[in-house]
Design a protein around this ligand. Structure first.
Ligand code: CO
Length: 141
């Protein structure tokens, strides 16, 4: 069973512009916005906007063949890309998804929080791409 909503992923053409919007329009303090980092294996640059109860994950393509390039071609101003729920054990979650007939899009791999993740096809979730992420050890004591 899924646990917490960890974050909402938003694909953007410019992380720096998106950060400025969260700061200037929504009043998020600079200290609540992380540095931009790169995840070359997934073809993204990313940063987090920390909210009291969750996070917004801003993702921008890294390289011309990045998976979210096509998403941004369809949504040139950016758009909601995925939601991420926590699970206790990513391999158990993957096996259960497969057993129930869902389409799991990748083998577990290390995501932006440093724990393994999988993606579940939008057709299995009312059109929403779902990321399942193993809860970081000690995250919610
Ligand atoms: Co994510």
């Amino acid at each position: 069973m899924i646990g917490r909503l960890n974050h909402v992923g938003i694909a953007v053409p410019s992380i720096e512009a998106a950060k400025a919007n969260y700061r200037d329009l929504y009043g998020v303090s600079d200290s609540a916005i992380t540095e931009t980092r790169e995840l070359p294996a997934q073809g993204v640059r990313f940063a987090f906007v920390n909210l009291p109860n969750s996070q917004i994950e801003l993702i921008e393509p890294l390289g011309d063949d990045a998976p979210i390039v096509k998403f941004l071609e369809r949504n040139p101003k950016g758009g909601q890309h995925h939601v991420c729920f926590e699970v206790a054990d990513i391999y158990a979650a993957r096996d259960e998804m497969v057993r129930k007939g869902a389409t799991v899009l990748n083998e577990p791999r290390i995501g932006a929080h440093g724990t393994p993740i999988i993606f579940v096809h939008p057709k299995n979730s009312d059109g929403v791409l779902v990321e399942l992420m193993e809860t970081p050890k000690g995250a919610h004591p």
